[in-house]
Design a binder for this molecule. Sequence first.
Ligand SMILES: [Fe+2]
Length: 142
Amino acid sequence: MTIAWDNRFNVGHSTIDAEHKALLMIINSIELALRHPDDKEALLYFFNLLYETAIDHFRYEEDLQIKHSYQHQQTNADGHKSLIIELTRIIDEIRTITEHAIISEEDMLSLRKHVSFLAKGWLLAHVVQEDLKMKGFIADKY
Ligand SMILES: [Fe+2]
């Protein structure tokens, strides 16, 4: 099931909010791609896009936080590192699954579990638990 953006997730910074929405859209695209599991190229394309977009987004946030001496900058950067480690582990597993000649029911369950985790435990944990602390501080800073 795809997840809709909730305005309560807005940090109040146009670039950061747009990038968070883009990350959610990519995760939703992965969910849609899972409905056509024979198209492994589409699946891998969106997983790679998620990885690249996440790296760019975290870099943007960290640079902005350093530039404006954000008090939780180090905690945020440490969180980003953990998120990338988790994402890399999931993508490695997904690459292995997509190398199978036929994606089994068991593989599909695993893929769905990972996508659900990426949406709720990975992206929303990043936005809700960490980035919302920037609300008010970062709004007018570029
Ligand atoms: Fe973020």
